[in-house]
Design a protein around this ligand. Sequence first.
Ligand SMILES: CC(C)(COP(=O)(O)OP(=O)(O)OC[C@H]1O[C@@H](n2cnc3c(N)ncnc32)[C@H](O)[C@@H]1OP(=O)(O)O)[C@@H](O)C(=O)NCCC(=O)NCCS
Length: 130
Amino acid sequence: MSQEINTPKGQLLLRTLAMPADTNANGDIFGGWIMSQLDLAGGILAKEISSGRIVTVSVSSITFKKPVRVGDVVCCYGECTRIGRTSMSIDLEVWVKPVKEHGLEDRFMVCDATFNYVAIDAEGKPRPIQ
Ligand SMILES: CC(C)(COP(=O)(O)OP(=O)(O)OC[C@H]1O[C@@H](n2cnc3c(N)ncnc32)[C@H](O)[C@@H]1OP(=O)(O)O)[C@@H](O)C(=O)NCCC(=O)NCCS
């Protein structure tokens, strides 16, 4: 696998561990849990960019490419691709580093998505991003 293909897009926003409580009926990690991690990761970046409160307004796309297993180290990367008057679009990728008996395997991408956030004021109304 080339270096370029093995490189996540954007900055590391969140890193966590896939636990048994997060599994689906197949014993792999539940897609809803992965979406929740993506939302948190994108929300961190949106908060930083807009210097304040934000809400998730929509998810433009999400693709689950490979299953995540219990014990995998889950890393969410992201970059802002659009800043509007009050909204932002953030491209996100989830990469995992499987932990095997004989050390760490190469990381690989398991999911990509685009989440949209709106900067809000104290009343929950859209506020302009400076
Ligand atoms: C997000 C929210 C504040 C927007 O309020 P609104 O009065 O509908 O806002 P507006 O129509 O003025 O749109 C505000 C911005 O959001 C964008 N927007 C609205 N709907 C959108 C959608 N479905 N996808 C992407 N962007 C959207 C608009 O284009 C606009 O962007 P801009 O200012 O950069 O041009 C409001 O809908 C809300 O509070 N939603 C609930 C959010 C929430 O609870 N999220 C967690 C859910 S789990």
